[in-house]
Each structure stands twice: as structure tokens, then as C-alpha cells.
Design a protein around this ligand. Sequence first.
Ligand code: KIV
Ligand code: ZN
Length: 513
Amino acid sequence: MTDKLIIFDTTLRDGEQSPGASMTREEKLRIARQLERLRVDVIEAGFAASSNGDFEAVKAIADHIRESTVCSLARANDRDIARAAEALKGAARARIHTFIATSPLHMEKKLRMTPEQVHEQARLSVRFARQHCDDVEFSPEDGYRSDPDFLCQVLETVIREGATTINIPDTVGYAVPELYGEFIRSLRERIPNSDRAIWSVHCHNDLGMAVANSLAGVKIGGARQVECTINGLGERAGNCSLEEIVMAVRTRRDYFKLELGIDTTQIVPASRMVSQTTGFVVQPNKAVVGANAFAHASGIHQDGVLKARDTYEIMRAEDVGWSANKIVLGKLSGRNAFKQRLQELGIELESEGEINAAFARFKDLADRKSEIFDEDIIALVGDESVTPEAEHFRLVSLTQHSGTGERPHARVAFVAGGQEHRAESDGNGPVDASLKAIESQVRSGAEMLLYSVNAITSGSTESQGEVTVRLQHGGRVVNGVGADPDIVVASAKAYLSALNKLHGNLERVAAQG
Ligand code: KIV
Ligand code: ZN
């Protein structure tokens, strides 16, 4: 007899709280569609009350996703909960996830509320949420550092009020596996109505133990839901990583004895999509989704794998969606072939107009790059997902000159708010000159926190360069990503994409505020 483990993905909510990882509505919808293809059970689409942008994103996801449950976070108050319910109206299956902090430190210093007030607020909120939705999750924020007696009282109350899932966050990543597992087991044993809810784990990775803690919560504590993010994206050191949890439970089914609904072949495409959208690059030695995760470099290992795969491989690369880089299309490919490849990659463009625009970009790329890989198409469609309203700045053309012993110089033409601007500048290198030229006109005053270049497909200098630029301005941090076979052009695109995000009103209330 095996139980099912529910996979609750919070890439679009807790993952997005990572500074610089904010996404547009279209980007979130594209990722939500990929999460549905991955067959995650629950997609936490955002925090509807935090901003109009987040409300619209949760609503769009609720309106489009049919297979996975769509969830919105809400603080434990009527306004947040009503806003979440409103955003979720169109969902086939909806969940409201309400939370309030229960640790002495958070109650006293952050909320300035007594334990009695917190207890009552939790009770009223779950009762109110249940009036809007049958599926209600409750989280005692900083639950792991809360007093167990107090936690038992609050959790018993919210279950009585109808909470269907109880999630125990290790908000600050303080737990260690055995203690966290025991903590959940003891709560379940002590709370008389605990069997009326599904128990869930939510671990942060500050000490690098989010996955180990979550697995202990499942194995020792009896939790049957894990909250996680693609690539472990999340604030500070991130959240529990979905790909590691899923592959641990699947590879060690002999030990965990749990069923999963996940289509593991969609893991690598999901990882790439999240990385390309946010600009958070995946480290090469990252388990499951890192470029080296299945690369056997040493002679002894290669010899072993050639003789019998399982000498050194505990999972098969193709089972998690790694496929040999395939030349999928080229210069002579037509619109139908391009459209079919989009479908095979699970990319749905809304209108014929969007397909035509993406095809025009594809033709432009194919003129400059003889072999077009799946990754190139994903990056190209990423460019396409920017709506005209969100695209205040757009690159028109760039020429630059640099050589040994010469001061690099760049000339850039770009559109800002519908008007074409031209600018030129010297710089330390061609990238520096190009970005200085743009900045001389835009005068954003933004501080650059990160600049990085990666090859979209490995193995050759013919690959497109993918540039990530992280800018900070007025307390906001945004990432811009740009791809092009010419890395100077990719840099200018990335810089303008970051400026678009700074220009758009993406302000939001911190979820833990
Ligand atoms: O880490 C945390 O406590 C959270 C809650 C809002 C669930 O993300
Ligand atoms: Zn969290």
C-alpha cells in the first residue's frame, strides 16, 4: 500500500520573492503552463493582495490552468482573503493559503500581537476563507521556532474551522532533519483532530538542508505535501528544490514508498524556463538539472558507464528531460515546422500574430546562426512574451568598434516610449561602451549588481550568448535577460529588459510583512 506525495510548487510566489526574480504576468503564465505539463498538484501562483500585478497574474493563471490546483497566498485578514478568492474565481480547482506568524519573536517584534490575538486571528481567517473556498491551507509562519504547546492549540482550532492542509514552515532555514521530522510527528500525535488535515512541509535552505529537512518531515513526520520551487529558487539561499525532492522520492521508492503524479521528463525544460526567465543561472554541479549532473568525466567512470549504465548512474538523464542537443530547425524551415516545434516544446502562443512575430525572430536568428536548438527557440519565445505595454524600451540597432590598443566605441539606436533615440559612447570594452551609450540617454541612475554571460547551448562558440543584468534602483532589484549570437547585442537587450522591469510598476508588499 503506497500513499501519494502532493507536490506544491511555489516558484511563482516564494521563488519570485528572491530579489531580482520578479516576473511579468505573461512570464508567470508561461511558467504555470510548464508546471501543469510537469503535473504538479498545486501551483501557488502568487499573493493576490500584494499588488495589482500579482492579482492579475494569479487571475490569469486561475483562468488558464485546468489540471493543477491554483493557489493564492493571503495574510490572515479578510481583505487579503477576499482578494485571493476574487483572483481565483475562474479556477477549475482553487486553494486559499492563509498564514500568520506564531513564533514568540515574530508575534512580539513583527506583529506586535499577543498569542491570544494571533490565535483568534488565525481562527477567524480560516473560517472566512472556508466561506469562499473548500480547499484552505493554513501556515503558522516561523512555525518551527514556535512554542509547541501554543502551536498545538492554534492548529487544533484552525482544523476545527475547516483548514484542509496544515503547513509547517521552517521560515528561516534553522531546522535539522531529524528534529524537524520529530517536530511534525509530535504535532500530529498531540493534536486530536490532526487526521482531518493533510500535513505539509515548507523548508528554506539557509543551512543547505531544505531538501533533507523536507524528506525528514515526510519520512519521520508523516507529511504528505512538500512545498518546493524549481531550481530551489527563493529568497536568500532559496527554498527546497522540486527536482531534488521528486527524484529522491522516485529513485528511492524502495525507502519512501510514495507515489508521485509528476511527469519527470518535464523537469529539465521547467528548470531551463525558470532560469532563462529570471536570469538565475543553474550551477553546473546542481543535482538533477545542472549541466554536469549526468556528465562522467573520469576515465574509470566513463568506462564503467559504457559497460553497464548503472555502475555509476542512479537515474537516467532522459527520465528528467535531458535530451542530446538536437538541431531542430534551420534557415530553410517553414512556418509550419516552426509552429509544430513550438507545440512539441509545449509552448503555446496566444494568437497568430504572436506566432508570426516569433517566426520573424526565428528567421532573423536562422540567418545568423546555422543550427537552431530547442534552447534557442525557448529564448526566442521568451523575448516574445513581453507585451507591448511592458516593452517601454526596445533595441533597434547597435554597432561597436574595438581592437587592440583602441578605446572601444559604440553607437546604439533604441526606442523609448515609442520614440527612437540614438546615442554613442566610449567604454572600457564594447559592452561597457554600449550600456553607457544607452544610459547617457535614459539616465536611470540604476546601480548594476550583476552582469553575467552564458552560452545557451554548450559546446561551441556558435551558441547564442545569454546575458543577465541585475539592476538596483530605489530599493528595487530587477533582472533583465537578453539572448543573441552577438554578446554585445545580447548585453544591450538584457540592459533594456531590466530597464523595462524598473519602468513597469512591479511594486509589491512583502509576503512576510
Ligand atoms: O517561509 C514561510 O514562512 C512562508 C509562509 C508564508 C508559508 O513562505
Ligand atoms: Zn517560505
